[in-house]
Design a protein around this ligand. Structure first.
Ligand code: ZN
Length: 254
């Protein structure tokens, strides 16, 4: 089985002591590709380093809504420069997050500026939406980007509006949490096979039975297992669809 974990954060400080050891270890697993996502300017260099060191690693560069207050004025120029790298295949993650208390007008401005850049450069975007489903989809309907709703947890009707735009959704081990997996499962059951991606969002989203640990990209195998069970198909089928879809949306040609 060939697994493409479409959203990881090996640049995170939780991997500061053993980042390269853990990435080396992936060579012994079914994980054949990762997309290392990016949250703020502080980690731009680490993301670039990961994609340069590992043949199986691709990356994105962008500003997460939670880090908008720290964003320097020249951030768009820096993104524009870094995305010229052939293994930086998306802009993000970007979006709106109303769970934390970052000013909403600032979040929206930086979200819109990155969407405009992605349009100009014709690149896919990785969308973070937490407790901001209606505002996020309205902005997406304005810009009509190509890209992915990552770890989406909102209502199915908003997800369908994203599908109408041609967007994808990535599922992770949130599917294993009995107290709040009803939303992600409802979304999973309505997702066409050609729009589904898999991810771990590692180190942040461990499977329920290890809820206090960090997770790693190989935990994406568990996401495949759960999706296969819920949809009544083989794990190989899920892994293959997710791989093809990730290659298509990130426009990776081997
Ligand atoms: Zn992320």
């Amino acid at each position: 089985m060939k697994l493409f974990d479409s959203h990881v954060h090996y640049e995170d400080a939780m991997f500061k002591d053993d980042r390269y050891e853990r990435l080396d270890h992936l060579r012994n697993t079914d994980v054949k590709f990762i997309l290392n996502c990016c949250s703020d300017v502080e980690v731009f260099d680490t993301v670039m380093d990961i994609v340069d060191k590992y043949d199986f690693a691709y990356g994105s560069i962008g500003i997460h809504p939670h880090w908008t207050a720290e964003t320097p004025d020249d951030y768009l120029d820096r993104i524009r420069e870094l995305v010229k790298h052939p293994k930086i295949v998306a802009i993000g993650e970007m979006g709106l997050d109303y769970f934390w208390d970052e000013p909403k007008d600032l979040q929206e401005r930086i979200f819109r500026e990155q969407l405009e850049l992605a349009k100009e450069l014709d690149m896919p975007v990785i969308i973070h939406d937490r407790d901001a489903h209606e505002d996020t989809i309205k902005i997406l309907e304005e810009y009509k980007p190509k890209g992915i709703l990552h770890r989406y947890s909102g209502p199915v009707d908003i997800l369908k509006r994203a599908f109408d735009l041609g967007m994808y959704i990535s599922f992770n081990n949130d599917l294993t949490y009995p107290m709040w997996n009803a939303g992600p499962i409802a979304c999973l059951m309505e997702t066409p096979w050609d729009r589904l991606l898999i991810e771990t969002d590692c180190p942040y989203a461990p499977p329920y039975e290890r809820e206090n640990d960090r997770c790693e990209a190989y935990d994406v195998a568990n996401v495949v297992k759960i999706i296969a069970e819920l949809r009544g198909v083989s794990e190989e089928f899920v892994a293959q669809k997710a791989l093809e879809n990730a290659m298509r949306v990130y426009e990776i040609e081997l």
